[in-house]
Design a protein around this ligand. Sequence first.
Ligand code: S3P
Length: 425
Amino acid sequence: MIAPARTVRGRLQVPGDKSISHRYAILSALAEGCSTIANYAPGGDCQSTLACLAALGVSIERPDGPGGRVTVTGRGLGGLNPPTTPLDCGNSGTTMRLMAGVLAAHPFTTTLFGDASLSRRPMRRVMAPLAEMGARFEAAPGDRPPIVIHGARLRPIHYTPDVPSAQVKSAVLLAGLQTEGTTSVTEPAPTRDHTERALEAFGIPATVDGRRVSVQGGRRLQAHDLTVPGDISSAAFPAVAAAALPGSDVTIDAVGLNPSRAAILDLLRRFGAVVEAQVTSIRHGEPVGHIRVRHGALEPVEVLPAEVPEVIDELPVLAALATFGGGISVSGAGELRVKESDRISALIGGLRAMGADADERPDGFVIRPSRPLTGGAVDAHHDHRLAMAFAIAALGATGPTTIGGAEVVAVSYPSFFDDIDRLRS
Ligand code: S3P
C-alpha cells in the first residue's frame, strides 16, 4: 500500500544496471580466465542469466549474495557444455534473446523457457537472423517460448532488423563473435549500445559506422575486472518522484549515463523538472556520474516515434509523471505491448483505476492533465516497471493505493519500496 507523499529529498544509489550486467556475465563466460563483476544487478533477471551460464558449465561464485561481486571463470569461445536440463530464463527477455545468440553457435541442442509473462513474448525476431546464420529452431505456436535451439557452425550475415531492438542486435553480434568472418547489423533506429562497448572492454573491436555495427568473429576474449554502474532505468523512478512533487530534491550517485540510455533526462527537462547530470568517470567505456533532479512546474509533453527506442523502458514512469499535471501523448510505441506485460493496456488501465484521464492508442497512449489521482486498487500484471510506475503515481494521489503483485519489483529493483520510503520528507 502506498500512501501519498508531500516531497522527496535525499541522496541514493540504485542497483547495478541490468542490461550491462547481462552482457558482462555473458562475455565473461565466453572469455578465457577469471573475470570479476562488482555491483552486478541484484534482481531476478540477471540472476537468471547467471543460472543459465552455470547450467552450461561456467563456474560462477557470488559469495556476498545479490548486489555483491560475482566471479565468473570463462570457458573460452565455443567452450560451453551441453546442458542436462532445459534452461530457465525466468521473467527475462534479455536472458532468452542474448543466450539464443550465444547458443546458436554451440553444436548442441538447448531448450530455453520462461515464466508466464516471458512465454507470451515474441522470439521470431531473434530466431530469424540466427536461422539465417545456420542455427535451427523450434518454438511454441506464434514463435513464443519455450524455444529449442539446435546450434551449428554459423556463417556471418549482414542483418537489418525490422524492429529497433538492442536485444536483437546483441543476439546477432554475440553469434557473430563466435563465427569466422564479419557479422553486422544495421539498426532501423539507434538502440542502447552496451554490447558494443562491452565487446571493446573485452578486447574485441566492434566497428560502428552510422547505424551499422560489425564484429569480427573468432577472436579470443580477455577476462576482466568490471564494475557495473547504477541502472538509469531504475534511477528514473526516484527521479520522476522528485520531478513530480513540489519542493523535492533528489541526487542519484554512481549511475550509468550512457547517451543511448540518458534520453530520460531530456524528457524530464521537457516536463519542467530541473535536472543536472554530470559524468565523473568512464568505466570500461561506460560513462558514470550523478543526477540531481528538482521539481519544476509541469508542462505537457509529446513523445514522438523517433524518440521511443531510447526511452522504451521509461515510458511507464513518464506516464506516472504526466498524472501530476502536465499530461503526455506517446505514439510509435507499439513495442510496449510485447514487454513483460502489454504495457499500454495494463498501464492505462491501472492509471485510470487510480483516477487518471487517460486513453490507449494502438501504438501509444494519451494522458490529459486533470485533477490529482484519487488512488485505489491496481494490479502490477507481473511487470516490475508497472508496479514501480503505479507506486510513483500513487505518491501524488489524494488517498492510498494498493498495488497487487508488487513483489515483482524484485526483478530489477529489490530495494525500491525501501528507497522511496527513505526519500519521503
Ligand atoms: C534491453 C533492450 C530493450 C529493453 C530491455 C533491455 C537490453 O528491449 O526494453 O529492458 O538489455 O538489450 P528490446 O531490445 O526488446 O527493445
